[in-house]
Design a protein around this ligand. Structure first.
Ligand code: TAP
Length: 481
């Protein structure tokens, strides 16, 4: 029977007063795996009040760094004990492959450990201006942090926010995406078993337009950290203007992946496939625009298409699957519509382009790895974020042209350069206006490095020391000796 999910407020699992429920589906077969509450605006406001009162009580914010870090380590340890359940839930609810879900789950554990460690090295600064005046600079928690998460990394995006927000001493409210609450619930079950004081962390499920909007608008929320689309990011900023709360936005991308004639072809092809088809292309940093220099263009495309056709698509639970499901029917339709647009715009469809319905896969949402060539910079499939397994390969002549094409986008999240010439690779990557970049690789990164974008890909950074700064105020204390 489908599990009935509950809200977690003030340390208790509670039902919503709204009797309406959301069916939570497995996108690989449309099985209903749970029924999720749809919280009301009033319940959201109540949860925010609890977080505010708990913050003001000091039960968490005034605990020593060592005590806070001990609780984060306890959560990490319990997550590790439940790792298999977490992986299974992420596969079932999001459609990821086992390998992808495993990587997310271990990444989530490491994120808690990283912030537990950082917290113990949480230093301020002291300036001695004169014998009479000393200035201390200290960092303090902000208060209530509203954390709004998308469906593509339900676990990892939640933890990337929960861990630094708690480490910094805030009280939190997490809103997962309506269709993917399963691993967030699991994290809160673990939190419930930990020594985190009641009322520090609340989990509130419901629609973005009600619950998300209420969080972004609330005068009692001090910082809102949002990951999702650029369109909703804009709404969040407007809603946050009421009390001028701090806003941190991790938004969309249309990232360029540049392959020069002198690249190692094998490396470039391997990472360029991984760059777009990891997570079925539902990844903000996907290398969805591959720019290939004219000297190797034909060879690159021939080999790339051959390998894209060979990618095994299937349910995440099948060990042979290399690419999983699309998260929902609605999103699958959106991707298929973009493929149609690409054909109508005159791009050449080299492979893919269809929903996969063979071998029982018709019950789920699967799309073939799709490659377009003969694309131009004005086409919608080149300009807009498709967020699916669809890549556009474009030809370029020289360095100057590729830098211009790469930056000809409103986004600035990620980008990569492949070349054996280190100087050229460094010169070009520095010109790419994006926050997450690679040379001779794609998607490899670590928790220590700040994650976020330039231009309309966002404001602020997750992870690393930067990720904790998003949840902290900075105060100067001037001491007259
Ligand atoms: P969105 O539709 O923007 O939704 C993201 C979250 O915001 C969901 O929890 C959603 O709730 C909520 N939301 C929707 N409307 C809202 C509103 N008016 N006020 C407050 N919250 C609201 O994005 P998505 O479709 O889930 O995710 C895909 C997008 O996320 C892509 O553009 C992708 O690039 C981006 N993304 C970026 C990153 C980084 S790190 N830059 C990482 C992952 C994803 P409901 O879903 O419940 O309505």
């Amino acid at each position: 029977m489908a599990k009935e999910l509950k809200l977690y407020i003030n340390g208790k699992w509670v039902d919503s007063s709204n009797p309406e429920k959301q069916d939570i589906l497995n996108p690989a077969n449309q099985e209903v795996i749970a029924k999720s509450p749809l919280a009301t605006v009033e319940e959201t406001e109540e949860a925010i009040k609890i977080a505010k009162l708990t913050f003001e009580s000091g039960v968490w914010s005034e605990r020593s760094p060592l005590e806070r870090s001990t609780v984060l380590l306890q959560i990490a340890e319990k997550m590790e004990e439940h790792l298999e359940d977490i992986i299974e839930l992420e596969i079932q609810n999001n459609g990821k492959t086992r390998r992808e879900a495993q990587s997310d789950a271990t990444g989530a554990v490491y994120t808690f450990r990283f912030y537990a460690g950082l917290l113990n090295n949480h230093k301020g600064q002291i300036y001695e201006y004169s014998e009479k005046l000393q200035t201390m600079i200290v960092k303090e928690p902000m208060g209530v942090a509203g954390l709004i998460v998308p469906w593509n990394y339900p676990l990892l995006m939640s933890v990337w926010k929960i861990a630094p927000a708690l480490a910094a001493g805030n009280c939190i409210l997490l809103k997962p995406a309506e269709i993917t609450p399963m691993t967030a619930v699991k994290v809160f079950e673990i939190i419930d078993e930990s020594d985190l004081p009641k009322g520090v962390a609340q989990l509130i499920m419901g629609s973005g337009s009600k619950v998300g909007q209420a969080i972004a608008e609330s005068d009692d929320v001090d910082v809102v950290s949002f990951t999702g689309s650029t369109a909703v990011g804009r709404n969040i900023m407007q809603a946050a203007a009421g009390n001028l709360k701090k806003v941190s936005l991790e938004l969309g991308g249309k990232s360029p992946n540049i392959i020069f004639d002198d690249a190692n072809l094998e490396t470039a092809i391997t990472y360029s496939l991984f760059g777009i088809f990891m997570g079925s292309g539902q990844v903000c940093s996907s290398g969805s625009r591959i720019l290939v220099q004219e000297g190797i263009f034909d060879d690159f495309v021939a080999e790339y298409v051959k390998r894209a056709k060979g990618i095994k698509v299937g349910p995440g639970n099948d060990e042979n699957s290399q690419m999983g499901a699309i998260v929902s029917e609605k999103h699958m339709e959106k991707i298929l519509n973009y493929i149609q647009i690409g054909k109508e715009e005159g791009a050449t469809l080299e492979c893919g382009g269809n929903r996969i319905e063979r071998d029982g896969m018709h019950r789920g949402f699967f799309i073939e790895p799709t490659v377009f060539t003969d694309v131009t910079s004005d086409m919608r499939i080149v300009r807009e974020e498709i967020f699916g397994p669809v890549v556009a390969i474009q030809k370029f002549k020289d360095e100057a042209e590729v830098i211009r094409i790469a930056n000809d986008t409103e986004y600035g999240l990620a980008g990569a350069v492949f070349s054996k010439d280190q100087n050229k690779a460094m010169r070009v990557i520095k010109k790419v206006r994006a926050g997450i970049t690679w040379i001779n690789a794609y998607h490899l990164t670590n928790i220590q490095a700040p994650w976020g974008g330039y231009k309309q890909s966002g404001i602020g950074r997750s992870l690393g020391t930067f990720g904790m700064d998003e949840y902290q105020e900075v105060k100067q204390i001037n001491i007259n000796l």
